[in-house]
Design a protein around this ligand. Structure first.
Ligand code: AMP
Ligand code: MG
Length: 491
């Protein structure tokens, strides 16, 4: 289907829930002229939207709030959440508005959420705006995560203006049109629990089940089933983050999706030199959200959700659900790591080989992505020397000892090197969104209004596992200047 904007099948199911769940209001358009920076045709397709609509001035007018979008019922969503371990009773969309929902021909529902859309009742001290820099990072990273097969929100487009936005320095304002089946968070439930609005809590849980988990609608213990499913999805999501080396940076409960999506990209980072304690967020002084803390923080956040649902599920049921987290996480993580090293089966000796390989990467500060990608070239015949792989390590003797065990294991599995190389290249990405790649696109866009690099990265990262020889330099280790890029919460 290739529809015009006016022909999209709009729904406003969340807005219809009414008052306790948000505040109806329209976006505040930029005072300065607004232009389209980048448009993602792959997301247009999800909405049945004809990509040529991007050329129409009406698109910018509707999506940036300059003209009311006929049939939409915009609403800022209300939520609370635990930030860095502390409960904050009132958060909410402080700079975003759910414009409307689109139901496509396949029956899927997609939220269209405009981020950077001006002040809302939940803006607190903020200005309601987002800067072009952070908008580009979120736009590219969400598409990169999708390309990696990791559940995530996505984005249709970036709109920008010359309106000044004040952060550490003056930056230009931008808006991101975010697209996801839902933007409901753990914090969307917490707010009603702490306000003792148990009817609202039930209404929201029923809404989430009807819209997103219809398989539980007739379940005798539907809220228990819902919580268990969120536990499982979150465990699997974080296993995927760990396997690909993604650090979210701000895993507050208001940034945790009820659908198990990666949500709210801020100071995220992809692991480069392997360092389990990697902290991507420059403002996270205690390392609460360090890379290796993410699995346990996932559980901590789920326990906040479980507590918020205790008016609907018994404490015993909540505990049972939480008890599923660790086994689901561990088994999914090692399953992903099994594939990354190309083993046919997972047993204790494979797990030891995986852990010992990670220890080697850490000890020698090897690039996580590039080393795993290179491992597809491993020759498992008894006398092979694997020199080019060996040269990636400082402790070559330790690599040799590990490689001997790895090689023996592969031969024992009757592993075929060519087949294994193909399978490994399908799970070990060649391209990730390194900070310096995003930074180059940001600099070109902010200094010269040159947006080509954004589109180039978008296309590249949609196929991170494919060799794209024209982009070989995008798969290189970061240049020296990249060490000085600091990513904070400011966005
Ligand atoms: P975050 O850390 O980006 O997830 O944001 C936490 C909370 O602060 C959310 O409720 C946001 O809507 C709000 N917020 C962040 N930046 C701004 C801003 N510039 N203006 C208003 N609210 C903001
Ligand atoms: Mg957030």
């Amino acid at each position: 289907m290739n529809l015009a904007l006016e022909q999209l099948n709009l729904d406003n199911s969340y807005a219809r829930l009414g008052e306790p769940f948000g505040s109806r209001l329209s976006p505040t358009p930029f005072a300065a002229p607004t232009r389209l920076v980048s448009f993602n045709p792959a997301v247009a397709q999800l909405l049945d939207l004809d990509p040529s609509q991007a050329q129409r001035p009406e698109m910018i007018r509707y999506l940036s709030g300059q003209s009311p979008w006929p049939g939409s019922d915009p609403v800022a969503m209300c939520y609370s959440g635990h930030q860095f371990g502390h409960y904050v009773p009132q958060l909410g969309d402080g700079r975003a508005i759910l414009l409307t929902e689109v139901r496509n021909q396949r029956g899927e529902k997609w939220d269209l959420q405009l981020k950077g859309s001006g002040l809302t009742p939940y803006s607190r001290q903020g200005d309601g705006r987002a800067v072009l820099r952070s908008t580009i990072r979120e736009y590219l990273c969400s598409e990169a995560m999708h390309g990696l097969g990791i559940p995530t929100t996505r984005a249709l487009c970036i709109l920008a203006s010359d309106e000044e936005v004040y952060r550490e320095s003056i930056e230009s304002g931008a808006m991101l049109l975010r697209v996801a089946p839902s933007h409901i968070r753990f914090g969307s439930f917490e707010i009603h629990y702490y306000r003792e609005q148990h009817d609202a809590l039930r209404t929201l849980a029923d809404y989430v089940i009807t819209q997103h988990y219809p398989q539980f609608a007739d379940h005798p213990q539907q809220y228990h089933a819902l919580l268990r499913e969120v536990v499982v999805r979150t465990a699997r999501l974080i296993a995927q983050w760990q396997a690909v080396g993604f650090a979210h940076g701000v895993m507050n409960t208001d940034n945790m999706s009820i659908l198990g999506l990666t949500l709210d990209y801020g100071p995220f980072g992809f692991m480069q030199s392997f360092e389990p304690g990697y902290i991507c967020n420059h403002s996270d002084h205690t390392g609460r959200y360090a890379f290796d803390q993410q699995p346990s923080i996932g559980l901590w956040n789920l326990s906040c959700l479980a507590q918020a649902l205790t008016p609907l599920v018994s404490v015993d049921e909540a505990k049972q659900c939480l008890a599923d987290y660790e086994p689901v996480f561990v088994s999914h993580y090692y399953e992903l790591m099994r594939r990354k090293l190309g083993f046919n089966t997972l047993d204790e000796s494979a797990v030891t080989l995986i852990n010992d390989f990670l220890a080697l990467l850490q000890q020698d500060a090897c690039d996580y992505t590039l080393t795993f990608r290179a491992m597809s070239q491993f020759n498992s015949s008894a006398q092979a020397d694997n020199t080019s792989l060996r040269d990636r390590f400082i402790s070559r003797l330790e690599f040799d000892r590990w490689a001997e065990r790895y090689s023996a294991r592969l031969r024992q599995e009757n592993s075929n090197d060519a087949d294994r190389a193909l399978a490994m290249n399908a799970v070990n990405p060649k391209y990730i969104l390194r900070n310096h790649l995003a930074q180059i696109a940001i600099d070109k866009a902010s200094k010269h209004k040159d947006y080509n690099e954004i589109d180039r990265l978008l296309t590249l990262l949609q196929r991170p596992f494919d060799d794209q020889p024209e982009f070989d330099n995008y798969a290189a280790e970061p240049p020296d200047w990249a060490q000085h890029i600091e990513v904070s919460c400011s966005s």
